[in-house]
Design a protein around this ligand. Sequence first.
Ligand code: DON
Length: 307
Amino acid sequence: MYEKEELIRFVQEAKKYGHQGKVASYIPALGKANPNDLSIAIYMPDGRIIDAGDVTVKVTLQSISKIIALALVIMDHGEKEVFKKVGMEPTGDPFHSIAKLEETQPTKPLNPMINAGALAVTHMISGRTVKERLQRLISFVRKLAGNPTISYSQEVAQSEFETAFLNRSLCYFLRQHNIINEDVEDLMELYTKQCAIEMTCIDLARIGLVFAMDGRDPFTEEEIMPLDVARICKTFMVTCGMYNASGEFAIKIGIPAKSGVSGGILASVPKRCGIGIFGPALDDKGNSLTGIKLLEFLSKTYSLSIF
Ligand code: DON
């Protein structure tokens, strides 16, 4: 299973759909990506990696970071505290939507994958300073990826920080309703650096593998996160990981996955493998168009759907 030649063929086939997509440009630095890029890595529990495309290209996590920050804050505060501030329900709205915030009483972002919920989660990362909180998050990411060199892109973080007016307005709304109580600029600094953490799709695949193996490092057997935390994260990947395309994705592909507007996708096939994809041509929901095509080919060929 998972032949390299076949994977290369799938990449070529998926690339044909790239012209239907667009690179994200609302974060100016992401607009520099090449819409024709497409790379994938599949990481197996026995240590085998099968890849195709240029896997040396680095991708910023963007919304993929939301799943990792969520795991960290549940470990910091426990499930009960975290879900006092953020809900568990899909929205059916785009990731940056402000619409449903006013409708839920008492005010609470509906889930940790939409931006409002993710900002509430990032707010909960423990530490005395922004620097210390970022360092804790990056250390956690490094452990998950088994790669101590992972860091964030200053350029992408800066570019988002300078232009994230909608996210700032979400923060002010959350502050007014006591979901957050820190300085909005501090939270925006931490959030934009979190989203700008960058890695190759091999690193992404390895993180997907840790989730697939219920939070354990498959090579050292170390528990990086408790089983329950991995389970909660994978469940959110299924219900909200692709935003308002999560239903169609579950039917057509059926793999827990999280996308980012950089064109990254982290997917986790329980007990079988982790998958990392970078394909910056996005569909109108902000998900990698070519990446989704690629996952569709894989899921069908190897019967990867969990359903
Ligand atoms: O907050 C933002 O808008 C970005 N840093 C992340 C959004 C994102 O990746 C949505 N994903 N598809």
